[in-house]
Write a protein that binds this ligand. Structure first.
Ligand code: GTP
Length: 352
């Protein structure tokens, strides 16, 4: 079966990291985010994957091979200008046209959707479109989707005001489309599936249904949510790509971490990492491949991307440190998002 991942956005809310790396390739416990989606799709035999790419689209070429190694066929559907979510779907026309329904995913959702159940529901209801829904405590920042008792969608309310919140089900960013839906979207135009295509289909009287997902679901759109995605995976709240270790230190065999470092929480260390003596870890800490952590550093609830060097006696709290960063000795970094290739001089104190 075919599935389209929409991953062409700029990811502005996740700057500075998305200035250098598209959101779908940022690391979640040292594994590119897109691999979590590949695993979910593979699990349900969605083995032909189309990537709707735009911003930094060339970066995804290497992903085709990663997919191949996983037994997936991966195709790139390039947008030379942002076409929006529906425009991105229409742009993949040549890959998706045919007689069979197909899946569409917002590329920044981490979830353990049961794709088999969603597809069966779509077929049973004879739906034109099925939209995966999730229940949230505060739907005000999302698109509210109202259904009747049979799951038939009756109304969409984008970013509802408090008096409009008459339900707690929002669009979860997974859809099943009948192929005819492709014809509803004008080509080469920037069109939003949530704001334009779905309301238009509803107006035409075609049947759309909502399937409520009760498992894990996270919209990884902001830095805080990105941190949460990493920590939730570490905790085993979703078991895709990263296999949760029961030990509180999970170090790749190629890395060098002294046996007596103090870990009051959970530490994951990637490949070819050197950690020196006297290091203290608190809470959840992820260290990417090819990093160096100097003597007597204290790191708490932080994520460190690849090839970063941290000098001696540094303290890092609640921060994300990008790739190829150099932090010299005796620095104190708190609540920061340090861009790739940042250089931090000795005795810097920031973010307090
Ligand atoms: P922000 O700039 O921070 O809002 O992030 P974003 O660019 O990712 O936008 P948003 O979170 O609204 O997008 C949801 C999903 O749709 C993400 O996976 C995006 O990559 C994807 N997306 C957004 N716009 C486009 C587009 O024009 N084309 C394609 N192919 N995908 C898009």
């Amino acid at each position: 079966m075919k599935g389209l991942l929409l991953i062409g956005g700029f990811g502005t809310r996740m700057r500075p990291f998305t200035l250098t790396t598209p959101k779908a390739l940022l690391p979640v416990v040292n594994i590119p985010f897109i691999k979590y989606q590949f695993q979910l799709l593979k699990k349900y035999n969605v083995d032909e994957i189309i990537l709707g790419v735009g911003y930094k689209g060339e970066e995804f070429k290497k992903i085709v091979d990663i997919g191949k190694k996983m037994g997936l066929k991966v195709y790139l559907s390039y947008e030379s200008k942002p076409l929006g979510t529906a425009g991105g779907i229409r742009n993949a026309y040549k890959f998706l046209k045919g007689k069979e329904p197909f899946f569409v995913f917002n590329g920044d959702i981490l979830a353990d959707f049961n794709l088999e159940k969603i597809l069966n529901f779509h077929k049973e209801k004879n739906a034109y479109v099925t939209i995966g829904l999730v229940k949230v405590d505060n739907p005000s920042a999302f698109g509210l989707v109202i259904t009747d008792e049979n799951g038939k969608i009756t109304k969409f309310i984008e970013k509802p005001k408090s008096e409009e919140i008459i339900s707690d089900t929002i669009n979860a960013g997974v859809y099943v489309f009948q192929p005819e839906v492709l014809e509803e979207i004008p080509p080469d135009k920037n069109v939003s599936v949530e704001k334009e295509t779905f309301p238009q289909i509803l107006k035409e009287g075609k049947e759309m249904f909502g399937y409520v997902h009760y498992g894990y679901w996270l919209d990884v759109g902001t830095i805080d949510k990105f941190k949460k995605a990493n920590f939730d995976v570490l905790d085993g709240k979703i078991s895709l790509a990263y296999q949760k270790s029961e030990r509180n230190i999970d170090v790749d065999s190629s890395s060098n971490v002294p046996g007596d470092i103090s870990v009051d929480g959970k530490l994951v260390v990637g490949k070819n990492v050197m950690v020196k003596n006297g290091v203290k870890i608190k809470g959840k800490v992820i260290v990417g491949d090819d990093c160096f952590v100097g003597e007597n550093c204290e790191i708490e609830n932080s994520i460190i991307f690849r090839k970063t060097v941290i000098g001696n006696n540094c303290k890092i709290e609640n921060s994300i440190i990008g790739s190829e960063v150099i932090i010299k000795d005796n620095c104190y970094i708190k609540n920061m998002s340090l861009a790739d290739r940042s250089l931090i001089y000795d005795f810097t104190k920031s973010g307090e």
